[in-house]
Ligand binder design. Structure first.
Ligand SMILES: [Ca+2]
Ligand SMILES: [Ca+2]
Length: 263
């Protein structure tokens, strides 16, 4: 009388939970980032990413950058950017990949993504050295189709896609990675493409110890995000039903045993 109903209630609860997880189109998504820039050229701060429902818009070309993007571009921090994303879409999957990524280096991270809800992708990181340069997507990128399949396997970023946040004036003395990052002079401008200014850092010693040499030309690939997706393994409904029946059977046997012992 006592043990069996309690076991049954617990199993019924577990069944409901597994069924709702299976219906949520969960995928295991692995993102690998690679710095394609020449040796001694630009490095990148950790990449902040979000898989979301498409309502989060990180910034707009030709407009003043928000606090989230300014924080990424001037100091590499994703705290504000990730909080902004969570405020717009509380169901988003968010994270930060790797550490300082020097030329030739890669880093990976895996995420559980509900691709039924969160089919879009946004990313942002700081380009170093710089005062306020960053990589990021102006418009949310549609990654998954309605069946939950990954439609984009690789996101390439070239020199022509390096943004200037427009928030801090170019000044090597105040630039992250070669100067004092606590200093800044407000630029009061808007988000625009800019990689030419990076040559202004040539010959300066970076925080990683190498002497910077931009070597960058137009249309040159500098960064890649590779994406893979696989189903998250959850028990099939049939095996859940069998497990439930099996455990219920065990509970029934235990009850029988107790009953016969008592008799
Ligand atoms: Ca935008
Ligand atoms: Ca600037």
């Amino acid at each position: 009388m006592f043990a069996f109903p309690r076991i049954f209630t617990a199993i019924a609860g577990a069944t409901v939970l597994l069924a709702s997880t299976a219906g949520a189109q969960q995928r295991r998504v692995t993102a690998t980032v690679t710095n394609l820039a020449p040796t001694n050229s630009i490095s990148f701060a950790p990449l902040h990413v979000g898989f979301h429902n498409g309502t989060f818009d990180s910034f707009n070309i030709g407009q003043t950058a928000g606090a989230g993007i300014i924080s990424v571009a001037e100091g590499g921090s994703g705290t504000q950017w990730l909080a902004d994303l969570a405020a717009i879409d509380p169901t988003a999957t968010r994270g930060t990949i790797g550490g300082l990524l020097q030329p030739g280096q890669s880093a990976s991270m895996s995420f559980n993504v509900d691709v039924g809800l969160n089919r879009y992708f946004s990313f942002a990181n700081m380009v170093v050295p710089s005062n306020d340069f960053f990589l990021g997507n102006d418009k949310p990128l549609l990654l998954f189709n309605s069946a939950g399949d990954l439609m984009i396997n690789s996101i390439l970023q070239s020199t022509n896609q390096i943004w200037d946040a427009g928030s801090e004036l170019f000044d090597p003395q105040a630039a992250g990675f070669v100067g004092n990052n606590d200093l800044r002079t407000a630029q009061n401008s808007v988000v625009a493409f800019n990689f030419a200014e990076l040559e202004g850092f040539n010959g300066l010693t970076t925080g990683a110890g190498y002497v910077f040499n931009s070597q960058l030309a137009g249309q040159q690939n500098v960064y890649r995000i590779d994406l893979t997706s696989s189903p998250v393994s959850v028990p099939e409904p049939n095996s859940v039903a069998l497990l439930t029946a099996g455990l219920a059977g065990l509970g029934w046997m235990a009850r029988r045993k107790r009953a016969s012992t008592a008799a």
